[in-house]
Write a protein that binds this ligand. Structure first.
Ligand code: GAP
Length: 410
């Protein structure tokens, strides 16, 4: 039994190492300030990592903002007046135990010079940027309850022990919604948002067999929450929080002395808040762990990222079979790459090494389709389309390529 457990632990820790090394090797994620020895808890995103994050953000924004009538987008400043964090209790309570004392994990900074200088904090959650804009949304749109505000942006925490790659960082991104409801309706919408969050996780390709719901105990909940569910994920380093769903009551709006005129009831009320909160970086990590696959091809182990085409950083790579044959390069460049690049953006040109090497490289990036222009192309205007997952190849007419790919993205 013990041996089995050790084996599983070794396999899991080597999975983490494989993911970290693939992310570096293929230009997804690098240690922050790496050439100066690294700054713990910070990471820099490379070309494919940015593309992956953008696709995840886009899918979130599309589902929760553009796809709905009742949601308003916000992009608030990261720096806020210190009074915000005093009012919300973050100055007093946002702390972790360190050396027997409570250590506040907000990152403090100075705004302005000399006598004008004031203390400010880099926001530890994007949420407050929305609450302080509540009145702007009310005055501008006069929304009826229930309605929500949504924001994607950076958050900062001076974590005492950043660890596990993207899991616990000092600078990270959140995708948060504050959904305003009448107090009587909170349970209904809490349940509703639980379903929406699960749907979205599945949509981006997170392995739902590794997701668990944890009812957070009274003592472990944030000071503002009356009920919290953590969506946990089976990470190689253990089951831990992926996202959170909280019932923040009327805590924040009351704190900021904000209210709402309920025309239906003909009175002033303070709406209650359901908050689906998702960490972008943990979403990326859970997704990488979900899609990382190894199989055997031609007696060799190959590793690849089985991203859905809608999320993959590169939708297709275009290659001339031989890079020193001008006719092939010219055709591939002008008739295949250029029009697809103009249409989809995330299209790669890959003429480095032999075809086998190119496939392996694109597999590791998670590119669903490799398009190869060969000598037959010059005769019949078709290209080879090679499928990442099955390795199968088919000939597709160049004129049909746009539609072929469009159908796969949906
Ligand atoms: N506004 C609510 C809030 O901030 P939280 O549970 O403290 O709640 C929400 O954070 C999400 O942000 C987490 O579920 C996680 O995905 C992400 N997150 C929190 N701390 C993080 C860190 N140090 N590094 C990376 N992601 C983090």
């Amino acid at each position: 039994m013990k041996e089995e457990k050790n084996k599983k632990e070794n396999k899991e820790s080597s999975l983490m190492e494989k993911i970290v090394s693939l992310c570096k090797r293929r230009g997804f994620v690098f240690q922050g300030s790496e050439i100066y020895g690294g700054l713990a808890g910070t990471y820099d995103w490379g070309h494919f990592g940015v593309a992956l994050k953008n696709n995840i953000k886009q899918s979130w924004w599309k589902k929760f903002v553009d796809g709905r009538k009742d949601m308003y987008g916000v992009d608030a400043a990261i720096l806020m007046r210190q009074e915000v964090w005093q009012a919300t209790g973050h100055v007093a309570n946002f702390a972790d135990p360190f050396d027997g004392k409570q250590f506040n994990t907000m990152l403090k900074t100075q705004v302005g010079a000399g006598e004008e200088a004031t203390t400010s904090y880099l926001r530890p959650e994007t949420a407050q940027g929305m609450f302080v804009n509540f009145k702007n949304i009310i005055d501008f749109f006069h929304p009826k309850l229930p309605f929500g505000m949504a924001q994607i942006g950076k958050a900062f925490r001076n974590e005492i022990a950043p660890r596990d790659f993207l899991f616990r960082q000092r600078e990270f991104e959140q995708m948060e919604i504050e959904y305003f409801v009448r107090s009587d309706d909170w349970e209904k919408y809490f349940k509703y948002w639980k379903g929406e969050m699960l749907d979205w996780m599945e949509e981006v390709g997170i392995d739902m067999g590794k997701v668990y719901e944890l009812e957070v105990e009274d003592a472990d909940r944030a000071h503002y929450s009356k009920r919290t569910i953590d969506f946990q994920f089976d990470f190689p380093f253990g089951r831990n929080e992926l996202f959170g769903l909280a019932y923040r009551t009327d805590f924040d709006l009351k704190t900021h002395k904000l209210e709402y005129i309920d025309e239906e009831k003909g009175e002033k009320i303070v709406p209650h808040v359901i908050e689906p909160s998702m960490g972008m970086d943990r979403a990326v990590l859970a997704l990488l762990l979900s899609v990382y696959t190894e199989d055997e091809k031609d007696g060799e182990i190959r590793s690849y990222l089985k991203f859905k085409p809608s999320i993959a950083p590169v939708i297709c790579a275009v290659s001339p079979l031989l890079k020193n044959k001008l006719e092939l390069v010219e055709y591939a460049n002008t008739k295949v790459y250029a029009p697809l690049k103009a249409e989809f953006g995330r299209v790669a040109w890959d003429d480095n090494g032999n075809i086998g090497k190119r496939y392996r490289r694109q597999d590791e990036i998670g590119t669903p389709f490799c398009l190869v222009v060969d000598f037959d192309t010059l005769k019949d205007d078709t290209v080879t389309v090679r499928d990442r997952d099955t390795g199968k190849q088919e000939r597709v007419k160049v004129v049909d390529l746009k539609n072929y790919i469009k159908e796969k993205i949906i």
